[in-house]
Design a protein around this ligand. Structure first.
Ligand code: A3P
Length: 272
């Protein structure tokens, strides 16, 4: 269904809901909300607000349901959604491929150890009674064996998930964003994402302003506007302190997987 909307100029523009041409598929706690909110600043991008969770929770409702979740777009605008669980959920690469093998995929990655602690901080905020991080991360305290069945750690083995996507999509169709750099230099990461999406690089340093109280970048909705928006307080939580020996154990655990990710993507994300 195509609708007409009247712009202030009086021009009639045809707008319609379209399936997403690009999806931020992961990773949870990588900075996916920040990236989507930044991309939304671009006039050629329209994005969903909430995470649609179509491919993991609502797939049976069909593509028409999915399309109805999308914002109205003009013919020259890209539709983007983000659902970070897609990256790590079995069977989704094939489902996205069936929708369109041309779908552009974006993954925000972040040091898997920090990511795990961030994910844990979110868990604590919802269930204050959870066991300590150290206890959940190790099978037992004596052997210091990492509990690889803990979802919060499994998510961080990025290379393993990537391999599943590469069965259906060529690497050039998957763009990786450094979650660390998205905080340090959002304009640079945005430049790369806009290039990947084939868009004019309109979102540049003029949009961003580091908020030292929040400790994160905040942004303007227009390059020259004076009003600054920050993400909600559930983004940029204080992390619990974790026993350094457990951190070291986890760093050792993830190191070979990280190395394989760097090798496969040709990008060193600098996690040590
Ligand atoms: P922390 O809460 O651990 O700091 P996601 O949106 O994928 O859940 O990612 C949340 C993470 O985004 C936050 O994790 C934070 O580090 C990161 N982030 C990146 N840019 C941010 C911004 N401008 N404001 C707040 N958090 C930001």
């Amino acid at each position: 269904a195509t609708y007409s909307s009247y712009e202030s100029s009086g021009n009639v523009k045809n707008v319609t809901r379209r399936l997403p041409q690009a999806i931020i598929i992961g990773v949870k706690k990588g900075g996916t909300r920040a990236l989507l909110e930044y991309l939304r600043l671009h006039p050629k991008i329209r994005a969903t607000g909430p995470e649609p969770h179509f491919f993991d929770k609502h797939y049976k409702k069909g593509l028409e349901w999915y399309r109805q979740q999308m914002p109205l777009t003009k013919s020259d605008q890209l539709t983007v959604e983000k659902t970070p669980s897609y990256f790590v959920t079995k069977g989704i690469p094939e489902k996205v491929y069936i929708m369109s093998k041309r779908t552009k995929l974006i993954v925000v990655v972040r040091d898997p150890v920090t990511r795990a602690i961030s994910d844990f901080a979110q868990l604590v905020s919802r269930r204050p009674d959870v066991k300590p991080f150290e206890q959940l991360a190790l099978v037992d305290n004596r052997t210091k064996m990492v509990d690889t069945s803990w979802t919060i750690l499994k998510i961080g083995i990025y290379v393993k998930h990537l391999v599943n996507w590469l069965e259906y999509f060529p690497l050039r169709q998957i763009h990786f964003v450094s979650g660390e750099n998205l905080i340090k230099d959002p304009a640079h990461e945005l430049k790369l994402v806009q290039e990947f999406l084939g868009l004019e690089p309109l979102i540049d340093h003029h949009y961003f302003s580091f908020n030292s109280t929040k400790g994160f970048p905040c942004f303007r909705k227009h390059a020259n506007s004076s009003k600054i928006h920050c993400l909600n307080n559930d983004k940029g939580r204080t992390h619990p302190s974790v026993d350094p020996s457990v951190i070291k154990r986890l760093r050792d655990f993830f190191r070979p997987f990280n190395a394989r990710l760097y090798q496969m993507t040709g990008h060193n994300f600098g996690w040590t």
